[in-house]
Design a protein around this ligand. Structure first.
Ligand SMILES: Nc1ncnc2c1ncn2[C@@H]1O[C@H](COP(=O)(O)OP(=O)(O)O)[C@@H](O)[C@H]1O
Ligand SMILES: [Mg+2]
Length: 251
């Protein structure tokens, strides 16, 4: 279980980016974080794996606090937390399978990683994951030849080969067309259940959040304004989140 308690962050004095964020998520749950631009969504995700130093609170992964972890412990936690990015963060000139295998780097010495030393078992698993994301035929293609949606599916396979307990996705579909967005959301939903992981995705698209996520957390000005099962998301609640009327996006 992932528990966030009283998380606080200010980048500048007297300008809180996050104020008293509290939520906990059980394995097998797909959570969408929605809210206007600048609300603090990325700050939450980056705090969860301690890519940025927050100012206070607790982040507990199966009871262990990431915020007080030492370097070695933090490295261990980060292996358990996969990341999926808006712009995929792939090495474009390398093949699809090499990019998936990069997800294993957190388990290797720098040297073994540098020389691309992967075990047969790791290569087998990379292929299995590529099948799961529907890209087994692309294993030996260079990533630069793939479409955006395909690249994001490589990014998801790369996060899964880490054997994560949690995957954090920062705007995973913001660069994709509507059809690829749906494919990626469906994949995240299915893999969350299949691998019994926690998936947390920052999203702009409220309609897709409602269609695919189990639960939606709304953030505004760095504060949680709701945390509900996605079926509970009503127009009234949405109006509390956005300044302008965006409820038509639900239709
Ligand atoms: N590195 C930074 N330095 C200073 N302010 C930042 C930095 N990153 C984000 N902020 C500010 O923190 C707030 C939340 O930003 P962010 O988490 O990126 O929001 P979102 O992802 O919801 O768009 C915004 O006001 C933003 O300007
Ligand atoms: Mg953001």
């Amino acid at each position: 279980m992932l528990e966030v308690k009283h998380l606080e962050k200010s980048y500048q004095k007297d300008k809180p980016a996050l104020t008293d964020i509290n939520f906990s998520v059980e394995p097998g749950t797909f959570v969408a974080i929605i809210g206007p631009s600048g609300a603090g969504k990325t700050t939450i995700l980056r705090s969860l794996n301690q890519l940025i130093k927050d100012d206070g609170g607790q982040i507990l992964l199966d009871g262990g606090d990431l915020r007080t972890a030492n370097k070695t412990q933090l490295r261990g936690y980060r292996r358990q937390i996969g990341m999926v990015f808006q712009n995929y963060n792939l090495v474009e000139r390398l093949t699809v399978i090499e990019n998936v295998l990069h997800g294993r780097l957190g388990y290797k010495s720098t040297l073994a990683g540098m020389f691309g030393r992967y075990t047969e078992a790791e290569k087998q698993e990379a292929m299995t994951l590529l099948e799961k994301v529907g890209l087994e035929e692309f294993a030996l293609r260079r990533c630069s030849e793939l479409s955006g949606g395909q690249k994001q599916r490589v990014g998801i396979a790369r996060s899964l080969i880490q054997h994560p307990k949690v995957i954090l996705c920062d705007e995973p579909i913001a660069s994709l067309d509507p059809a690829s967005s749906q494919t990626v959301m469906q994949l995240l939903k299915d893999l969350t259940t299949e691998f019994n992981i926690i998936c947390i995705a920052n999203l702009h698209q409220i309609g897709l959040a409602k269609d695919y996520a189990d639960r939606i957390i709304g953030i505004r000005h760095g504060k949680m304004v709701f945390d509900e099962d996605s079926d509970m998301l009503s127009e009234e609640i949405l109006e509390t989140l956005y300044d302008q009327n965006v409820t038509e996006e639900l239709n």
